[in-house]
Design a protein around this ligand. Sequence first.
Ligand code: ECB
Length: 136
Amino acid sequence: MPANFSGKWILETSDKFEDLSILALDIDFATRKIAISLSQTKVVSQDGDKFDFKTLSTFRNYELAFTVGVEFDECTKGLDNRNIKCLVTWEGDKLVCTQKGEKANRGWKHWIEGGKLYLELTCENVVCVQVFKRKE
Ligand code: ECB
């Protein structure tokens, strides 16, 4: 039985987020300073292998819908504005996305551990880990 990510999650800690933004994704100084100060909320809807991830903040929102095992095109509009080809697969209970495009070694992983939602964002040699706790 695969993990169930559904629900509302609030960002608790974010490690190497600024490194990811500046070193790897080329986000400008002003945007980066706003981005690192934001409280982020993930709203996840899961129906079997169909997912909808909403990343919400007071500054910008980002939405991504996909089906595990089905390749799709993503434009990271409002983030680093790049076009990438993505595939999400299950690795055990981890949801793993590989993102092919201009940037090497790009992708993310989600998993649940100790009741918390983890997100590992990778680009080139930078690994950012965000931990979210359930909202009520
Ligand atoms: C949408 C809230 C954050 C807005 C930040 C705005 C500008 C900074 C641009 C790039 C910073 C680097 C990464 C963004 C980190 C989080 C946003 C969503 C990352 C993502 O791809 O989440 C996946 C997995 O949960 C679903 O889209």
